[in-house]
Design a binder for this molecule. Structure first.
Ligand SMILES: [Zn+2]
Ligand SMILES: [Zn+2]
Length: 375
């Protein structure tokens, strides 16, 4: 059976905060908990599914792996559920204690949360996330990327307040200013955010015609993002105040540009160092040679292979690595000595002669594996 996307399972957006993810899971966990649904197979499956999703999305490291690589990124990290594990996670989430008291605090008391900033409803707007993929070389040397996305801008007519000229605010008639509505569900009374005022407790007397009272307008915009040299896979660039405008004319959130770096055909990277391998012949390895190697920025550099170098040894070329913060890493070239698989007649004669001249050790003594270490 195909697995559902973890964000979909929890019913949250990809950019959801840790708190929102936890809240979403808590809601599902209580709804489908086996104690509440004895013998209900479907509820049990839903509970397990939500728990698995929360185990990944609730953990920064697993979440970032999942965001980048999907299910493949978190394979083997979750999934196997013995129930004791599940329950432990559940208790952790609610701070221990027995289950019934958890229900009390969640459903019973007046614990619903008002959104911050009751004073006029001015809040910071949402942060937005944008994902880009850039070539390996651009990540190393830096680049500029133009991106296009939609954000909520402050409505120009009402300046983001949502109120028509001069109109004021009044106490929300639905919730009488509490920001919450309650309704009964089975044995419980459930409090939820008031749908009329979004939890603010106030509504606008006369909504702005331009934006219908929301104070915001969706607008598509293009901006140029500067990717600094040396940026690593999975890192992000923050562009202040380019997220959604704040409700009620509040400051805009930020835009987070998440960077995924495409792998390179020849080069690999570790911190500020670059690595590649080049093949050399047994004669080049024995006699020494000058070889020419292309660097990541397209230069060709001359590299001196010392006589008698062993297979797998690494040569260090200073300052040909990743530039960052005014310095540069190194380039490491691993020499792979190629044994000729096919010899010409003349080649064979010469090697046989070499064998005679140098003699062969037909009883080599074992040496520790570590002697073959790469560096
Ligand atoms: Zn408006
Ligand atoms: Zn209300």
């Amino acid at each position: 059976m195909a697995k559902r996307d973890y964000y979909e399972v929890l019913g949250v957006q990809k950019g959801a905060s840790k708190d929102d993810i936890k809240k979403a899971y808590r809601k599902l966990a209580i709804q489908y908990h086996p104690d509440k649904n004895p013998g209900n197979k479907e509820a049990e499956e839903k509970f397990k599914e939500a728990t698995e999703a929360y185990e990944v999305l609730g953990d920064d490291q697993k979440k970032s792996a999942y965001d980048q690589f999907g299910f493949a990124g978190v394979e083997g990290m979750g999934g196997q559920h013995d129930y004791s594990q599940t329950f432990r996670g559940f208790e952790d989430l609610f701070g221990g204690g027995d289950f019934s008291s958890i229900f009390d605090t969640f459903f019973g008391g007046g614990g619903g949360r008002r959104s911050s900033g009751g004073n006029g409803g001015v809040r910071q707007g949402a942060n937005l996330r944008y994902d880009i993929e850039i070539p390996f070389k651009d990540a190393v040397f830096g680049t500029k990327v133009e991106i296009q996305y939609s954000r909520n801008e402050s409505c120009p007519v009402c300046k983001g307040t949502g109120a028509a000229n001069g109109a004021g605010r009044k106490v929300c008639p639905t919730c009488q200013g509490s920001g919450q509505v309650r309704h009964s569900q089975g044995f419980f009374s459930v409090a939820s955010t008031c749908p009329s005022c979004g939890g603010e407790g106030y509504v606008i007397e006369q909504p702005c015609k331009e934006c219908g009272g929301s104070g915001a307008q969706k607008k598509r915009q293009k901006i140029m993002v500067t990717i600094p040299a040396g940026v690593e896979n999975g890192k992000r660039v923050v562009i202040p105040r380019q997220g959604d405008a704040g409700p009620g004319g509040g400051p805009a959130g930020d835009l987070y540009v998440f960077i995924r770096v495409k792998p390179h055909e020849h080069f690999e990277r570790q911190d500020l160092d670059l690595y590649c391998a080049v093949p050399i012949s047994i004669t080049q390895a024995s006699l020494g040679a000058d070889i020419h190697v292309s660097t990541l920025d397209g230069k060709t550099i001359k590299v001196k292979v010392p006589a008698g170098i062993q297979n797998g040894k690494m040569l260090r070329i200073r300052d040909e690595g990743v530039p960052a913060g005014g310095r540069r890493g190194n380039l490491y070239i691993k020499l792979m000595v190629q044994i000729p698989a096919k010899l010409s007649k003349r080649g064979r004669e010469l090697l046989e002669e070499l064998s005679k001249a140098e003699g062969e050790n037909d009883a080599p003594k074992p040496i520790p594996l570590s002697e073959f270490a790469e560096r």
